[in-house]
Design a protein. Structure first.
Length: 349
């Protein structure tokens, strides 16, 4: 049974408490927070509480979970590893490339691992996309679009505070970028173009659109907005033999269609006149298409925590590696640079 301590007992601190209780092999024993009401909440859960970081880190802990606003992540991670604890940090890992490189140096010096809560690698919608793309079901992927759109039009709490690392690029962007990097593993990102806007939340970004060009020829578009009263699909994937659409996070709504092997584009309209106002955009006859099942995905909700426990107990490699996070943060930095200059940033990330 590994002993876990949580730094920051807000929404995500409670989330991690509940995940450990659902997973065999881990137990949360203590909490550090600077807010008295959060310490009182932790006491109601039967946990030891600390208002002092040094005392908290002297506790008998195997793993420290950092669930604070973003500007504290690097500082707390380094302190925890220097105190002999492994670290799980909420995303984004840090607020700069320099900070995450400092965290990596501390991890290497202390021999304690640092990993980040990128649990959306296990989301059913994303895994369904992975299955279709990696199997070549719809051919070579030319463009893939990933969107998360909300309706309320605001960022709330510390996520609306730039000093705390607020905004949607740090909040949702790091998840969606991470998914793309995992999906096209082994390829480099060769250019980044980003639009980052504050539509209804003046202090931080509440909308962004990022285009990542991969060395294999795929363009990945990532879009997040907090104010969209009409919805677009969660995923839209263009292949050179078919198309995939997923409507939401369930990974079950949408569809996959593929052109039959013997059909080659305009061959299907040769000699035909009654095709509507445009031969170019004319629909294919039903017999020229095959509709495929969306891959069914099993529940992998707890896989992240199972791996985390094995990493502490047996030295298993964490699913989310620190070099992957450094790469991700370099892309976030490139996106901010692109938006500021309103130009494409050429790179090899």
């Amino acid at each position: 049974m590994i002993k876990v301590g949580i730094i920051g007992f807000g929404y995500m601190g409670n989330f991690h408490l509940n995940k450990t209780r659902e997973t065999e092999g881990a137990q949360v024993v203590s909490v550090f927070d600077t807010a008295q009401d959060k310490l009182e909440d932790a006491e109601k859960e039967g946990l030891k509480t600390y208002a002092d970081l040094e005392s908290f880190l002297k506790d008998d802990l195997d793993l420290v979970v950092i669930a604070t606003p973003n500007q504290w992540h690097a500082q707390y991670a380094i302190a925890a590893m220097e105190a002999g604890k492994h670290v799980l940090c909420e995303k984004p890992a840090t607020m700069s490339v320099q900070e995450i490189e400092d965290v990596k140096a501390c991890s290497e010096k202390t021999g304690k691992f640092f990993t980040v809560h990128q649990q959306r690698r296990f989301d059913p919608d994303y895994r369904a996309v992975c299955d279709v793309v990696r199997a070549g079901t719809i051919g070579k992927i030319t463009t893939i679009e990933s969107r998360v759109l909300g309706e309320r039009g605001v960022c709330f709490g510390w996520r609306a505070d730039p000093e705390s690392g607020g905004g949607m690029l740090y909040d949702w962007g790091v998840h969606l970028i991470d998914q793309m990097l995992q999906l096209f593993e082994g390829e480099k990102v060769t250019s980044v173009y980003a639009r980052i806007l504050s539509v209804l939340t003046p202090a931080v970004d509440d909308f962004f659109e990022i285009n990542l060009n991969f060395s294999g020829g795929t363009c990945a578009k990532v879009v997040v907005g907090t104010f969209a009263l009409q919805k677009l699909p969660r995923w839209f994937v263009f292949g050179d033999r078919g198309t995939m659409k997923l409507d939401d996070f369930s990974g079950t709504e949408g569809g996959v269609a593929r052109i039959r092997g013997e059909v080659k584009g305009f061959d299907s309209v040769v000699g035909k006149k009654d095709l509507g106002p445009s031969r170019t955009m004319a629909p294919l006859e039903k017999e020229m298409l095959e509709t495929l099942e969306i891959p069914a995905e099993e529940d992998m909700t707890l896989e992240y925590w199972k791996n985390l426990i094995a990493s502490v107990e047996n030295g298993q490699i964490p699913y989310v590696k620190i070099d992957e996070i450094i790469r991700q943060m370099r892309l976030v930095q490139a996106a901010f640079e692109s938006a500021e200059k309103n130009q494409v940033v050429e790179c090899e990330i």
